[in-house]
Ligand binder design. Structure first.
Ligand code: GLN
Length: 256
């Protein structure tokens, strides 16, 4: 009988823990000396793997600078974009940085740092497709990266014929170049990088939405959020954020 009770008690404890958001408070991260960062390195110029096999990009350099400011070693965990929020909200990673747009829906599951960059969703299509704007996507096959804002907008637009989900923007654009789909909805700066490799692909000059990028942090990990924001503010004041962004994005556009 005692054994049974102990078993039930354990089971209840395990189940209730599983349902809880968990995170490492800043004191624990500081004691460990390491900041575990979730990203999806298929999203140039924000995060990608360079020719030497190293993580590179705006987000990678920003989080490295944040780590340096806080005296923490940054440990990058590369995963699907769609796994980042779960990883952060279950405490597997301390923070997520992935050109991630702040949305009302995501705010239900995670907190966000201050915004450190802006972006917009654009349409990529072939120059022959006749697609000139959002209205022309009616009835078309549109590719997106699973779980991104591009996916959310496309899936919400009932006029679109079908939404094809891919694990990365690279795969979506490859499918477009092979004529399997008619267009891709994706963030503007990655769009410019993706089409460099393909002739005949163009970015439509109609902005879908304006977005703000921020880092996601487990809900209620206020100490960590405050430290990250303090670091971002210091890096902004020193001009470090701007010089990192300018290094990857043409400095003469008005993009941040
Ligand atoms: N900004 C988009 C989003 O947050 C895409 C991010 C990405 O693919 N890394 O959904």
């Amino acid at each position: 009988m005692k054994k049974l009770l102990a078993f039930i008690l354990c089971a209840v404890m395990v189940l209730s823990f599983a349902g809880c958001a968990s995170f490492r408070p800043y004191s624990e991260i500081e004691a460990d000396g390491k900041l575990i960062v979730a990203t999806n390195a298929t999203f140039p110029p924000y995060e990608f793997i360079d020719d030497n096999g190293d993580f590179a990009g705006i987000d990678i350099e920003i989080i490295e600078a944040v780590g340096e400011y806080l005296g923490l070693e940054v440990v990058i965990e590369n995963m699907e974009f769609d796994s980042i929020i779960t990883s952060v909200s279950t405490g597997k990673a301390d923070i997520g940085i992935a050109g991630m747009t702040v949305t009302e829906d995501r705010l239900k599951n995670v907190d966000f740092s201050e915004t450190y960059a802006t972006g917009k969703q654009v349409i990529i299509t072939s120059s022959e497709s006749g697609i000139k704007g959002v209205a022309d996507l009616a009835g078309k096959k549109v590719g997106v990266q699973t779980g991104t804002t591009g996916d959310i907008y496309a899936s919400d637009d009932s006029s679109i014929g079908s939404v094809e989900q891919y694990n990365s923007g690279t795969e979506a654009v490859l499918a477009l170049s092979q004529g399997k789909i008619d267009a891709v909805i994706i963030d503007n700066e990655p769009a410019k990088k993706y089409i460099e490799k393909y002739e005949g692909l163009v970015i439509i000059d109609e902005e879908y939405t304006f977005e703000e990028y921020a880092m996601c942090i487990a809900k209620g990990n206020d100490e960590l959020t405050a430290k990250i924001n303090e670091a971002l503010k210091a890096l902004e004041d020193k001009g470090t954020l701007k010089s990192i962004i300018d290094k990857y994005i043409n400095a003469d556009t008005d993009e941040k």
